[in-house]
Design a protein around this ligand. Structure first.
Ligand SMILES: Cc1ncc(C[n+]2csc(CCOP(=O)(O)OP(=O)(O)O)c2C)c(N)n1
Length: 290
């Protein structure tokens, strides 16, 4: 049975800043894999670029550290080639909602059975603190000296608007909630999206661990059921117009939908990587295309 130690990369350890929320997300992901008893060889972690996107380097499963904003198309491709893999795409708020926003929107509507973890520190961390798509209005940064003029993106509302099959938010400062949410999302059959609130101790001096701890609460402990799109939409905006005085955590919306890979006539039979190409005539294929 897999243990946390089996997932460790030994002496090769993360180089994130001391106190960075990424340590806890890495820990939460490892614990979720252990909780679900997944075999490391059956897990693939894919990322884009950023501090958060370095994560695949420090977990001993299959990994792919790609280019900025492109974790989702790579992860989707891998899943379609081998639907037996548990594919987990990770990235920052800049990576997924900035450079990769186009892919994010389309992944929400496709329903490929993969998990997306967004490390949302509301700043571009690796490049030393520029305003990101989720930076709060008025927050100062190296690119917004007078404060951010733009409204932040609300990723939960975007995903609920698309009736994405699994939409959740958790917090890097609550390891238990985060581990359980990640495990639940991986086990869920459908595209599962978790926005993880992750303080950046070096460049975001506003949204700190203490700031979040004073505001977050657990939706499910208050009896919220994630089965109604209108209610989920309303929850996605809770605290939004009052500087986030309250921040709900948990599953906002869940809906079972047909999987892209199960509906597809070629992929449905057996994983693409297991299909034989011996009887495929390249000439016939080329003739069809020309
Ligand atoms: C196409 C492209 N644009 C810009 C960059 C420069 N760049 C590298 S990391 C990064 C920001 C990453 O921020 P985020 O995704 O929020 O992750 P974090 O570092 O905060 O974890 C940027 C803009 C790049 N590598 N490629």
């Amino acid at each position: 049975m897999v243990t946390i130690n089996d997932l460790s990369t030994g002496d090769y350890v993360p180089d994130w800043c001391p106190g960075c929320g990424n340590y806890s997300i890495l820990n939460g992901l490892k614990r979720a894999i252990v909780k679900l008893k997944l075999k490391p060889r059956d897990v693939l972690v894919v990322s884009g670029i950023g501090c958060s996107s370095k994560l695949p380097q420090w977990i001993d499963v299959n990994g792919y550290h790609g280019v900025h904003g492109r974790g989702l198309p790579v992860g989707t491709g891998a899943k379609l080639a081998n639907k037996n893999l548990h594919v987990i795409v990770v990235g920052g708020d800049g990576d997924v909602y900035g450079e990769g926003m186009n892919h994010f929107i389309h992944a929400l509507r496709k329903n490929v059975n993969i998990t997306l973890l967004v490390h949302d520190n509301q700043i571009y961390g690796l490049t030393k603190g520029q305003t990101s798509p989720t930076s709060m209005k008025g927050d100062k940064s190296t690119t917004s000296r007078r404060g951010n003029f733009d409204d932040p993106i609300n990723p939960i509302a975007l995903a609920v608007a698309q009736r994405t099959s699994y939409v959740a938010r958790t917090f890097a400062g609550d390891l238990e909630h985060m581990t359980d949410t990640i495990a639940d999302a991986i086990a869920f059959k459908g595209f599962a999206f978790i926005n993880i609130l992750q303080p950046c101790v070096s460049f975001n001096k506003h949204n700190t661990f203490v700031w979040f701890k004073e505001r977050v609460y657990d939706l499910q402990k208050k009896g919220y059921k994630p089965n109604n799109v209108e209610k989920a939409f309303k929850k996605a905006y809770e605290g939004w117009d009052s500087g986030w005085d309250k921040i709900p955590l948990g599953v906002f919306y869940k809906e079972k939908k047909p999987l892209f890979e199960d509906d597809h006539p070629v992929l449905a039979k057996t994983p693409l990587v297991k299909q034989s190409i011996d009887n495929i005539s390249i000439k016939k294929l080329l003739d069809e295309l020309c």
